[in-house]
Design a protein around this ligand. Sequence first.
Ligand code: MG
Length: 254
Amino acid sequence: MPVATVELKSPKEIGLMREAGNIVGTTLRILSEHAQPGISTWELDKIAASEIAKRGAIPAFLNYRGFPATLCVSVNEEVVHGIPRKDKILKSGDIVSLDFGVIVKGYFADAAVTVPVGKVAAGVQELVTVTRQSLEKGIDEMQADKRIGDIGAAVQGWVESKGFSVVRSFVGHGIGRALHEDPPVPNFGKAGTGLRLAPGMVLAVEPMVNMGSHDVRILEDGWTAVTRDGKWSAHFEHTIAITQDGPEILTMER
Ligand code: MG
């Protein structure tokens, strides 16, 4: 049974992930407020590090497979895994994706938002809105006895109905005692297929949506993923527990 490879979390474990998720959600709100014209992505990383430390949590991305920062910060055509830089200064009209996780008592939570900087073009705002909505559509599918493919199909269906594309090279994931656990959670797929969802599963769902083609490539820093056609990209993510009563978003400020 494929379900045997997915570790189910107890209410106590989900409680720790809720604590971690509160810190992620709170920090993302604070970072969003700081994402103004003139700030560098390096400064945003420092704010993330200090807000996490203040709350007694451990950054989950720092040193993960050698990643050099607390925060992944990806601007405009950067899709994910952007490395904070002192010379990368936000300007009005940009969009910035902020993605990070923390560890509380050995349990992880992971989330991302894309924030418009100053005043952005209408089409860019639509990309951001549709991406956030696609995550909501995916979360709506996270009911016991639905399947992994229902999540991806809902995300992809919404995104493509709006004329955008879903990145294929990066997918969501199980999360708990590690940042990335089974199962993979694609943002595309066929409804009614794949692993059956069950109470106690905790998944990070994270659609990355492009204005142009879904193709991405990795820059020479070995991390930053950018769109191959240079068109812009947005990213939203939550860590969500599947319960008897439906999905519970854990990465929320409480
Ligand atoms: Mg993630």
